[in-house]
Design a protein around this ligand. Structure first.
Ligand code: NAD
Length: 254
């Protein structure tokens, strides 16, 4: 993991920090000496993530539902109350789509995914931006997806939500970059997480199919996404705002 010395002492929120990409980002921020609020709606996994950090890490778990304004306000307050403010927000919590054709989708298939993946990111930024401005600026990284760049059938709500995250990120960057907040999205290809391993355990051809969709012939490890998030959070990316950083092994180049 590269070192970004200026992240030492910074305060970060990571939503969806109890699992997968978010959990790897929590570890990455802590490894740089940042203080972290692990924000997730899964209390057991959040507390387990906290226990799994190296001794002496400056981190707290905050039970958070990114769809709920009061809960999101409490998340930002947790950064202030525990660590004195907020410098970095990684809005990463997300859910999968049900895998149905558009005409077969239920209201819930649409709303559940849009609410968490898109409205949740807006809800978080609305609460985080005043806290970042109070510190004179900062960095926001929103997790989109390669499916924010290209589409896949039977994933309409997910594809729409992630295209939406990229548009929302660009609009936010235009509003707040001059005030000192850089705002970017990250677009991972398929990443090796527990969910991917579970599907692979029941479907022998699944991994090969996933590998073949990426020009690099493999999927990403969570650390590879976390490294890019650290870069976007740090001043090493100081002239980058309003971008959608593609970290997808060539998935969306096809
Ligand atoms: P994951 O399921 O391992 O982690 C997601 C976390 O978000 C979970 O801990 C979950 O409890 C939390 N969460 C879900 N809804 C929430 C809510 N309403 N409020 C608070 N927390 C909530 O998933 P992951 O694979 O690590 O995905 C993280 C992000 O990366 C998501 O936005 C996902 O769409 C995106 N992404 C993942 C992949 C991949 O292949 N894994 C690829 C591209 C993009």
């Amino acid at each position: 993991m590269p070192e970004y010395s200026e992240l030492n002492g910074k305060v970060a929120i990571v939503t969806g920090g109890a699992s997968g990409i978010g959990q790897a980002c929590v570890h990455a921020f802590v490894s740089q000496g940042a203080s972290v609020v692990i924000a997730d709606r899964d209390e057991a996994a959040g507390k387990a993530t906290l226990r799994g950090l190296p001794p002496g890490s400056a981190a707290v778990f905050q039970l958070t539902d990114v769809c709920d304004a009061d809960s999101v306000a409490s998340m930002v307050r947790a950064a202030h109350d525990n660590f004195g403010g907020l410098d970095i927000a990684h809005n990463n919590a997300g859910v999968e789509a049900a895998g149905r054709a558009i005409a077969d989708m239920t209201d819930d298939d649409w709303k559940r995914v849009i609410d968490v993946n898109l409205t949740g990111v807006w809800q978080c930024m609305r609460a985080e931006i005043p806290a970042l401005l109070a510190r004179g600026g900062g960095s926001i990284v929103n997790t989109a997806s390669a499916l924010g760049q290209v589409a896949l059938p039977f994933q309409a709500s997910y594809v729409a939500s992630k295209h939406g995250v990229i548009g929302l990120t660009k609009a936010a960057a235009l509003e707040y970059s001059a005030l000192g907040i850089r705002i970017n999205a990250i677009c991972p290809g398929v990443v090796r997480t527990a969910m991917i391993e579970e599907v692979a355990a029941t479907d022998s051809g699944f991994m090969d199919k996933m590998y073949s969709m990426h020009a690099l012939g493999r999927i990403a490890e969570v650390n590879e996404i976390a490294e890019s998030v650290l870069w976007l959070a740090s001043s090493a990316s100081g002239f980058v705002t309003g971008s959608a950083l593609v970290v997808d092994g060539g998935y969306s180049a096809a």
